[in-house]
Design a protein around this ligand. Structure first.
Ligand SMILES: [Zn+2]
Ligand SMILES: [Zn+2]
Length: 417
């Protein structure tokens, strides 16, 4: 017996309605905000992720599924959604026409992680990228799109935000942070030594308590911002307040990838019983398009993990609406297959949702099946019925059963389904 690879999950028929709902919600939100869908391949050149996600990020260092293909090219299964979309945006000249370009996608992502609660090696993301705008309106719109998506599931998360600043602010802060850390670097963890060299901002999200205790006194990014960045951040928080979005400033929020500048945000739910749950996040990355060969273009975007959202909804006891069962199950007890097949087809042609016996089973077994799939009505066709030009129809909710003219079935169903 061959088992599913570690850290992956099947979406079984009993759960697929949830995924359909998520796709529908994503599509509706996209329509509401005029986002267009984009799909990019599951794999890309490894170099794309090394250059865009940064060679100091955990993703690139530890978590990528990378292999040589038969043509000796280094290929990587996409670990996140943004890089491929940015590659496509540049390659297809999507920005040559009119800006902004507002895109969304639902994509599988692959990370070689320790499979633990909520961490899969294959997971799916709903992502949005807005190319071409760097404005208060675009920052707020990105947050609102995500917020609207959550609200469709009756969740109102808290938005954690931070502002990493412009390139200059970021460089300046890196220097300040390095200077602060240096005297104590020897006492910090191994990862932090690497971060110190490659991306000191990530020192701030070290999980080690020793490092955290020491970093608690580190100067904050917000204290080191230039006047322009300070005022941008103020505008954002003021706007969020005025449109009633719950937010908290988290001065240590830097996000895992190197490419963020200016605004970064994450969506969290703080529940008394369930504890803290991260539900998604994103930010601005105005240098990314330029750094992988495109014309400098500001971008803001976010990603929401779908499996994580589904687990969270389950834990919160928020139920998604299951699909309606079929209108009619057609049970038959006759050699005249021709008649039955045509009858079933005629009901489907009229738009009814119909299932019928494909196993040549006894009437009793057919009724059992109809019960199991929760059919609203069962129509029985036997030789008597065919000869009389009638059918028997049973309302499975009320158990009432009657015989009617075959010609009247459509009308009867229209009135009673
Ligand atoms: Zn600045
Ligand atoms: Zn550390």
């Amino acid at each position: 017996m061959i088992n599913i690879p570690k850290g992956t999950k099947d979406i079984l028929p009993k759960d697929s309605y949830k995924w359909q709902i998520i796709r529908n919600v994503a599509n509706n939100i996209a329509d509401k905000y005029n986002l267009k869908e984009i799909s990019t391949p599951v794999f890309e050149s490894t170099e794309l992720f090394v250059r865009s996600d940064g060679d100091s990020s955990d993703i690139v260092n530890k978590e990528m599924y990378t292999f040589l293909d038969k043509g000796n090219r280094s290929i990587t299964l996409k670990p996140e959604g943004t890089a491929g979309v940015v590659r496509s945006y540049i390659e297809n000249g999507l920005g040559n026409e009119i800006l902004p370009v507002k895109l969304f996608y639902i994509t599988p992502c692959y990370r070689y992680e320790k499979p633990q609660a909520g961490r899969l090696r294959e997971h799916h993301q709903f992502g949005v990228e807005i190319f071409g705008a760097n404005s208060l309106a675009s920052d707020i719109e990105a947050i609102l799109i995500a917020y609207d998506f959550y609200k469709s599931f009756n969740i109102e998360p808290t938005v954690l935000i931070n502002f990493l600043g412009c390139d200059e602010c970021k460089q300046n802060y890196k220097k300040i942070l390095r200077e602060f850390v240096l005297p104590n670097l020897d006492n910090m963890c191994e990862d932090c030594h690497k971060r110190y060299e490659t991306n000191p901002l990530r020192l701030l999200d070290c999980k080690s308590t020793t490092c955290q205790n020491f970093l608690a006194k580190a100067p904050l990014i917000s204290e080191c911002l230039c006047e322009k960045c300070k005022s941008k951040f103020n505008d954002i928080t003021r706007m969020l307040t005025s449109i009633g979005i719950k937010y908290q400033i988290d001065p240590k929020l830097v996000r895992g990838l190197d490419y963020y500048t200016d605004l970064v945000f994450e969506f969290w739910d703080f529940d008394e019983n369930l504890g803290k749950n991260a539900l998604g996040g994103g930010g601005r990355y105005d240098k990314l398009v330029g750094s992988i060969g495109g014309k400098d273009t500001p971008v803001i975007g976010f990603g929401i993990g779908i499996e994580r959202l589904l687990t969270y909804l389950e834990n919160k006891n928020i139920h998604l609406k299951e699909k309606e069962p079929v209108d009619v199950y057609v049970a038959s007890n006759t050699e005249n297959e021709n008649y039955v097949i045509k009858f079933v087809k005629s009901l489907r042609d009229k738009g009814f949702r119909v299932d019928s016996d494909l196993m040549s089973r006894s009437i009793k077994s057919q009724f059992k099946y109809a019960d199991k799939i929760n059919a609203k009505f069962v129509i029985v066709i036997g030789d008597d019925e065919i000869n009389e030009n009638k059918i028997s129809i049973k309302n499975m909710r009320s158990s009432e059963q009657i015989k009617i003219w075959s010609n009247d079935v459509v009308e009867y169903l229209k009135q009673n389904v």
